[in-house]
Design a protein around this ligand. Structure first.
Ligand code: NAP
Length: 389
């Protein structure tokens, strides 16, 4: 495995070659952080085009987001541009600033990120602010859907090579992909669908895996069955509708009046305007409910299921005994990375049977806006941050 200081330094992409003597500069340890900063400053001087581009991004930021220059990085290591949250409190805690190049652990792939998908609720998740052992991780980088190019791999990873185009799901209790580089477990990655761009691919991993696991792992949906998908125009719902249709199930979805025609175009047989019509008054004997909404929507959903049916919810655990009272099965789960499933999703995309649904693509520096838009009622699908042009 090659480390920082090798030819894989995270210099912005252009045709300029940094002289090897500069990249391989070695000085006594006690000079380490000062030397790294100096080294990076020298490299920047040699990269005027890319450097100007980075400054351009910073200059176009909304005034409320103060960019931190690379020289101000206080964490050691080679700084990379990133969006980081400095604590709970929503989008206003997000800053476009420098972060250290991510640590590449055993099993990891270091990805030069091209685009990342955001999930509206991720700024409320504990995992966004904690490591797997519960220790705090602030500031932290959001964005768990990644599409990009392999920069290098850990020594124990043989499945991918530098230059491979990959997409996948970054682990939740680790930094995400709203940055120039992200380290992701190789088992959570697959080759990106060839027929779509990086921003389109970045809209898929979390939502498509969640929809896949809800329909085919936790409920084993088959073609003769009916499924009610709540939030059929949302990030998860828009893919669940397409996957259920691909499985030849009968698909009913709920959505806003604005989105009913769109959800029908994805393959839903019927779409119910959730503000106008109480779905529980018109639906009976449904085999499967996919609940992306929770709360009273979930409470009203039990009664539309047939005896022995199943409700799978993404939002919160189901209290013990509730599903049993209704004579059905209830499942709450958290999505996990799965290369085999991502490969099947890639195949469906390249065959034209599944398409990502994108509400908006914004540049990385405008992440705060992206999360603000995500929290509001908006166009169907995912919001994606484009990291590289
Ligand atoms: N457990 C897991 O592993 C997992 C994985 C992924 C996501 N999630 C969770 O799943 C939820 C959905 O995620 P997402 O990314 O799909 O969200 P999203 O993109 O915001 O989609 C939500 C959709 O639901 C619609 N909606 C809102 N209220 C509704 C209602 N009462 N009835 C029917 N539709 C309604 C919204 O439409 P309007 O905006 O027009 O109202 C929007 O189209 C979030 O809570 C997320 O945290 C969990």
């Amino acid at each position: 495995m090659r480390g920082v200081g090798s030819s894989n330094l995270p210099v912005p992409t252009n045709s300029f070659k940094v002289p090897p003597i500069l990249l391989n500069l070695r000085l006594p340890k006690f000079f380490d952080s000062a030397v790294k900063a100096l080294k990076w400053r020298l490299i920047r001087r040699l990269l005027p085009v890319a450097d100007n581009a980075a400054e351009g991004d910073a200059a176009s930021l909304p005034k409320s987001i103060a960019p931190v220059t690379r020289e101000k990085s206080s964490e050691g290591g080679i700084p990379v541009k990133a969006i980081r949250t400095h604590g709970r409190g929503g989008p206003k805690e997000l800053f476009f600033e420098d972060a250290a190049l991510p640590e590449v652990r055993p099993g990891d792939v270091l990805i030069r990120v091209q685009a990342t998908g955001i999930t509206p609720t991720e700024l409320t998740w504990d995992e966004t602010y904690q490591n797997a052992d519960g220790t705090p991780r602030v500031p932290s980088i959001p964005g768990h859907e990644v599409s990009g190019v392999v920069e290098r791999t850990a020594a124990d990873v043989a499945d991918f090579r530098p230059g491979d185009e990959v997409y996948g799901l970054a682990d939740f209790p680790r930094d995400g992909a709203a940055a120039e580089f992200a380290a992701v477990q190789a088992t959570n990655l697959a080759f990106k669908p060839r027929s779509i761009s990086h921003p389109q691919a970045a809209a898929l991993p979390l939502s498509a895996l969640t929809a896949w696991q809800a329909l085919f792992e936790h409920t084993h949906l088959v073609s003769s069955q009916s499924v009610l998908i709540h939030g059929g125009a949302g990030g998860v719902g828009s893919l669940a509708v397409q996957l259920a249709r691909w499985r030849s199930a009968r698909v009913v979805a709920t959505a806003s009046a604005r989105d009913t025609a769109f959800v029908r175009s994805l393959g839903a047989d019927d779409v119910i305007d959730y503000r106008a019509t109480p779905f529980e008054e018109i639906l009976r004997d449904i085999d499967v409910v996919v609940d992306t909404i929770g709360g009273e929507t979930r409470e009203r959903s039990w009664r539309v299921l047939r005896k022995g049916g199943v409700l799978v919810t993404l939002v919160s655990p189901i209290p013990t005994g509730v599903a049993e009272q209704h004579g059905v099965r209830g499942v709450f789960f958290i999505v996990r990375g799965d290369r085999g499933q991502l490969e099947q999703i890639s195949t469906l995309v390249d065959e034209g049977k599944l398409k990502p649904v994108i509400a908006e693509v914004l540049p990385l520096a405008r992440a705060r806006e992206a999360f603000e838009h995500a929290a509001a009622s908006r166009a169907p699908g995912k919001i994606v941050l484009q990291v590289a042009a």
